[in-house]
Design a protein around this ligand. Structure first.
Ligand SMILES: CC(C)(COP(=O)(O)OP(=O)(O)OC[C@H]1O[C@@H](n2cnc3c(N)ncnc32)[C@H](O)[C@@H]1OP(=O)(O)O)[C@@H](O)C(=O)NCCC(=O)NCCS
Length: 214
């Protein structure tokens, strides 16, 4: 099936928010940050605002993959373009929603930005494939691949890297997309769970051939 990828429109915000909530309902990090996130109006509002803010920011690219016959959302993803790393520092992160574990969010954001600065320095790159989610009924049909390759194709054309963080569940998918693990961090203050990896976040790097071959 030929998948269509386009910019997410204002008319998609409500459905995209709900798709995201469903996809991350059992995600350990989301639930550590906001216990009961999937049922919470505050969390729903937080995701909806993130999508709206991203749409208003020219360095963000909110994309959707839809069913060709009726335009139904199959998956969404938000890339951050590399331009801001060349021209301006990253914007101030938005405050977490009421009810969030503020200490955990604050510590995690600090960990992330320190790790990212150490790994990427001031090299321009595409980043933060945030919100990436495929509706469960459409998984393993290349939806997320289409969303990821939209960004890595642009990174390749510009000769820059792509960098993101992911949890254990998404690791096999990103390896398949040619991302490589360059570091790991244990989220401070988060229960590692029975399998001892739930609090592990992996720092993943994708390199264009022009860089890989040097
Ligand atoms: C991770 C996720 C986005 C993958 O979406 P998807 O549309 O099913 O992925 P694709 O069909 O494009 O997968 C491409 C390839 O990645 C690999 N892959 C994808 N999901 C996988 C899984 N659960 N386990 C192992 N490999 C997987 C496969 O090699 C797959 O190719 P194949 O189906 O031909 O074998 C989806 O499972 C999801 O929405 N999960 C919940 C939210 C989430 O974790 N988002 C990522 C946050 S960082």
């Amino acid at each position: 099936m030929a998948l269509q990828i386009q910019a997410l429109g204002k008319e998609d915000i409500s459905e995209a928010t709900r798709l995201h909530l469903r996809a991350f309902a059992t995600d350990p990090l989301v639930n550590a940050i906001y216990p009961g996130a999937a049922e919470s109006p505050n969390w729903l509002q937080h995701i909806s605002t993130s999508i709206k803010t991203g749409q208003a920011d020219p360095s963000q690219h909110l994309m959707k993959v839809t069913l060709p016959e009726d335009g139904q959302l199959m998956g969404i993803g938000q890339w951050e373009g590399c331009s801001r790393y060349i021209s301006s520092p990253p914007s101030t992160p938005k405050p977490p929603p009421n009810g969030a574990n503020i200490a955990l969010v604050t510590a995690y954001r600090k960990q992330r930005s320190e790790k990212r600065a150490a790994i990427m320095g001031d090299r321009p790159h595409y980043s933060d494939l945030a919100l990436l989610a495929t509706e469960s009924t459409y998984r393993r049909q290349g939806v997320a691949r289409t969303l990821v390759e939209w960004g890595t194709d642009r990174a390749s054309a510009e000769g820059v890297e792509a960098y993101l963080e992911a949890g254990p569940a998404a690791l096999p998918f990103y390896f398949e997309m040619d991302f490589h693990k360059v570091d790991t961090m244990a989220v401070a203050g988060m229960d590692p769970g029975e399998d001892r990896v739930q609090n592990e976040i992996y720092c993943l790097l994708w390199r264009p051939q022009t860089i890989s071959s040097k």
